[in-house]
Design a protein around this ligand. Structure first.
Ligand SMILES: Nc1nc2c(c(=O)[nH]1)N[C@H]1C(S)=C(S)[C@@H](COP(=O)(O)O)O[C@H]1N2
Ligand SMILES: [Mo]
Length: 319
């Protein structure tokens, strides 16, 4: 049996959201006793799966938001409209150019203020039996947004394994720089490698996610295979893709975008409709709409969970 993930053409009624289709498909697959990934793998050409069916048992996390997604924003959209400048600055070109990134084997160097430094395989950092599916909002500073069912674990689970020392105040993520596999590196549009970072309490927050998949599938290269972070209350650029190094430190790390364009890309990058960067952020374009059809919410709608992390901070200053 071969079932494709839906495209707009597969959706019989405009009333059905991709999530409905997706979920009923998952339920159906469960009912007939076929692992979701097993079926998907039969229609995915190549890919980077290092396991046949790693996410068939992924639980649906209660941390998910209840969002209806336009049918056209589903899997097809999140995998063909990407920011990943190491390949190209053309969002609709990344997926065409990222196929050559070799994601297996993949080693992440862990160092700095941790008790368990070393070189880890992805499967040593992320327990594949414990990954969850979490539907999170994803909002770029360029004002597009989507809701994505990511697959992964809380970053705090990963941190438990590497054991931060008490002096660790920040985490730094360095992402892959592979000239032979990443045609955009020659462009010099950013200083490579791409580096991002979080304050330790942000990193430890249960919503902060280490992502290894989306829509039940292994993370495609264009979305940051084999390992990326996602912080749903922050602008998308905080989510470093294809992480090769995790360093814990007592100082706020330098981050690539903040170095490249400080007015736009501050270290915190909390989604905030009140703070221009420097362009206005009060509205957003929920893909695939060409229009700014939604109001942006403070902390991307996650204020109840995360606002306390920033109490007493001037969010216009720490933008
Ligand atoms: N290594 C790396 N990570 C990156 C980027 C990048 O160019 N290189 N772009 C960032 C930006 S600006 C966004 S909005 C998100 C996009 O993630 P998506 O393609 O999965 O939607 O990835 C972020 N992570
Ligand atoms: Mo972005």
């Amino acid at each position: 049996m071969i079932l494709k993930f839906k495209t707009s053409a597969d959706v019989p009624s405009s009333e059905i959201t991709p999530e409905d289709v997706y979920r009923s498909r998952r339920e159906f697959m469960k009912a007939v006793g076929v692992g979701a990934m097993g079926a998907v793998a039969t229609v995915l050409p190549g890919g980077n799966a290092w396991a046949q069916d790693p996410f068939a048992a992924a639980k649906k996390s209660p941390l998910s938001v209840d969002e209806k997604v336009d049918p056209r924003t589903a899997y097809d959209r999140i995998t063909t409209y990407n920011n990943y400048y190491e390949f190209t600055i053309d969002k609709e070109g990344v997926y065409k150019l990222s196929g050559g990134l070799k994601t297996k084997p993949w080693t992440v160097k862990v160092d700095g203020l941790v008790n368990k430094p070393g070189n880890y395989g992805v499967e040593d950092l992320v327990n594949f039996n414990q990954v969850e599916e979490r539907v999170y909002r994803h909002r770029c500073v360029e004002k597009w947004s989507m809701a994505i069912p990511w697959i992964g674990v809380s970053l705090s689970e990963v941190l438990k394994k590497i054991q931060p020392q008490p002096g660790a105040k920040f985490i730094e993520f360095t992402t892959a720089e592979r000239p032979g596999e990443m045609p955009g590196l020659g462009s010099g549009v950013l200083p490579w490698p791409y580096v991002e970072g979080l304050r330790m309490d942000e990193a430890m927050h249960p919503l902060t996610m280490m992502v290894v998949g989306l829509y039940g599938k292994v993370l495609p290269n264009q979305n940051g295979a084999p390992l990326r972070v996602h912080i749903p209350w922050k602008y998308g650029f905080k989510s470093g893709k294809s992480i090769v190094r995790i360093r814990l430190t007592d100082r706020q790390p330098r981050t690539t975008w903040a170095d490249a364009n400080p007015p736009a890309y501050g270290f915190y990058a909390n989604v905030n409709p009140m703070v221009d960067r420097p362009w206005n952020q009060s509205r957003e374009r929920r893909l695939p709409s060409p229009f700014e059809n939604r109001q942006t919410q403070i902390f991307n709608g996650y204020a109840d969970q995360v606002a306390s992390l920033y109490s007493g901070m001037d969010l216009a200053k720490f933008y």
